[in-house]
Design a protein around this ligand. Structure first.
Ligand SMILES: [Zn+2]
Length: 114
């Protein structure tokens, strides 16, 4: 049985314990709750799916509450196609958001590094 130090309060306890007996801090629970969450508590998976399928209509922007950008994308993705260029631009915009989103998925390593 190995002894580990609590990341929160520094109390030394068994690594078999799910949570720190002193402060109740659980590395596992904290980790799983942080992974797959955007900073505002939205699901990263939903965000990416919306960016991929409804990106040109601003679906993912509406999801995270960026309504200004969402409406801009919606206009570009609909009537923007009449002018062709805004339609193409919003496709690129949505694709960039998707790629940036994938790059920002919080991995266990990143979460623990904080
Ligand atoms: Zn503790």
């Amino acid at each position: 049985m190995a002894m580990i130090f609590c990341r929160e309060c520094g109390y030394k306890h068994s690594d078999k314990a799910k949570a720190c007996p002193k402060c109740g801090y659980s590395a596992e629970a904290t980790l799983s709750s942080k992974v797959n969450k955007l900073t505002n508590g939205k699901s990263m998976v939903v965000y990416l799916l919306l960016a991929w399928f409804l990106g040109i209509f601003g679906g993912h922007k509406f999801y995270v509450g960026k309504n200004g950008q969402a409406i801009a994308m919606l206009l570009m993705g609909t009537i923007g196609w009449l002018l062709i260029l805004p339609g193409i631009a919003v496709c690129i915009w949505a694709l960039v958001d998707f790629i940036v989103g994938i790059c920002n998925i919080p991995t266990p390593e990143k979460v623990l590094a904080k």
